[in-house]
Design a protein. Structure first.
Ligand SMILES: *Cc1c(COP(=O)(O)O)cnc(C)c1O
Length: 404
């Protein structure tokens, strides 16, 4: 008799974005004249930069010629891309990471979901609350958690680290020592960032306790402040306790192109085994490589033209972030984020729940955002707005909120 993976049945179902979609659709049907602006989804809107388009065209042509055609890519990524990453993202920032410690993939969502596979099921995970849902859900699917607790709104046997206004939206060391610690900075959804001395404390903690940090740096390109690290490997000792996840989605608009990478330093050893070789084994068995044309596009991200164009693109989103932050602050809202990340995290006014504020904003201002409670129990009473819209829509949305 066939049985299913019963761990999947523990998942309460993420109704967040489908509920938002349904509510917006119903509102638009009832109010066809309304001009609804979305500052809700975490997807980019600007087109791919010219340097990237050029690299794509060139490599597509190569694929049409027998002399330059490329079949299966190397499992772990083409050398040209891995070297460009090692040099630009690590060596140039003073981080000791070699090209052969980089594993090219189709994005950080899959890597952040798959990385747990190389760890035993008896490991206990710690996550921030609120959190990007992939880390928890994939551990649930694997059987590394208990049941979902409806009252608390989270899972048994998971260590949740509340990130609230009172701790500046930064996690505190939990009472119980976790095996795997998921950290994401700059953060989705709070838009908060961690300073280098603060991250160093986590690295020291992990090394002291034998934990492993899984560090999601998908928003690294949005960092504007000097003391905020772009990589966990800027911290001393991170090579022996941290795995880093990166994506081309948010810095270069690859959400629909798909490219990312994971760094597993060769010094990272647990249970007598080096994790680099385990991840290489997993990657080689289950993944057949990111497309050649996409890896060439990724290489163009590091060209002088690519860098200049993407700096401008990130700047465009960050000027939206600044406008949202300042607009809301001047309208009397408690706001955070938006300085090193394209997300603004605001406290709902008048003790409204996250969903009450969602309805209020949709009905009174025709603006769509994301309820903080959708990211975890401690997101209740908060709301996320993104800077990924067009400038025109963003400025219009702020005027409407100010006029409420
Ligand atoms: C957008 C995002 C990613 C990137 O995902 P891709 O699969 O590379 O598009 C990873 N982590 C977080 C927290 C994100 O918000």
């Amino acid at each position: 008799m066939v049985t299913v993976n019963h761990n999947y049945l523990k998942l309460p179902g993420s109704y967040l974005f489908s509920t938002i979609g349904k509510k917006v659709k119903a509102y638009k049907e009832a109010n066809p004249q309304a001009n609804v602006i979305s500052l809700g989804i975490g997807d980019v809107t600007q087109p791919l930069a010219p340097a990237i388009i050029e690299a794509l065209h060139k490599s597509v042509d190569e694929m049409g010629d027998a002399a330059t055609f490329h079949g299966y890519a190397p499992d772990l990524g083409y050398e040209f891309l891995r070297s460009a990453i090692a040099k630009n993202d690590y060596k140039d920032r003073g981080c000791d990471i070699e090209a052969d410690e980089i594993f090219v993939s189709d994005g950080a969502k899959s890597d952040s979901g798959n990385i747990q596979e190389i760890f035993g099921l008896d490991n206990k995970i710690a996550v921030c609350d609120p959190v990007y849902p992939v880390y928890v859900d994939t551990n649930v699917m694997a059987g590394r958690t208990g049941e979902y607790n409806k009252e608390r709104g989270n899972f048994d046997n998971v260590i949740y680290m509340p990130c609230t206004a009172s701790n500046g939206f930064l996690p505190e060391f939990p009472e119980e020592v976790p095996d795997l610690i998921y950290l994401c900075f700059p953060n989705n959804p709070t838009g908060g960032a961690i300073t280098k001395p603060q991250l160093q404390e986590w690295v020291d903690y992990a090394n002291k306790n034998g934990s492993v940090i899984i560090y999601d740096a998908a928003y690294e390109a949005y960092i504007s402040e000097e003391d905020v690290p772009h990589s966990i490997y800027e911290c001393e000792g991170a090579r022996s306790c941290a795995i880093e996840l990166r994506s081309f989605s948010k810095n270069a608009g690859f959400t629909g192109v798909r490219l990312g990478f994971t760094v597993v330093p060769k010094d990272l050893v647990r249970d007598g085994v080096d994790l680099h070789s385990l991840w290489a084994r997993r990657h080689g068995t289950k993944f057949n490589g990111a497309p050649y044309i996409v890896q060439r596009a990724g290489e163009a991200v590091y060209s002088p033209e690519g860098k200049a164009q993407l700096k401008e693109q990130v700047g465009y989103y960050m000027s939206n972030a600044k406008a949202i932050y300042e607009g809301l602050a001047s309208a009397g809202y408690s706001v955070s984020g938006g300085v090193n990340a394209p997300y603004i995290w605001l406290k709902t006014p008048d003790k409204m729940t996250s969903w009450e504020f969602f309805d209020y904003l949709l009905e009174k201002a025709n603006i769509v955002g994301t309820p903080g409670s959708g990211f975890g129990a401690h997101g209740e009473g908060f709301f996320r707005l993104t800077a990924f819209g067009t400038q025109e829509n963003t400025l219009e949305a702020i005027e409407r909120i100010k006029n409420l």
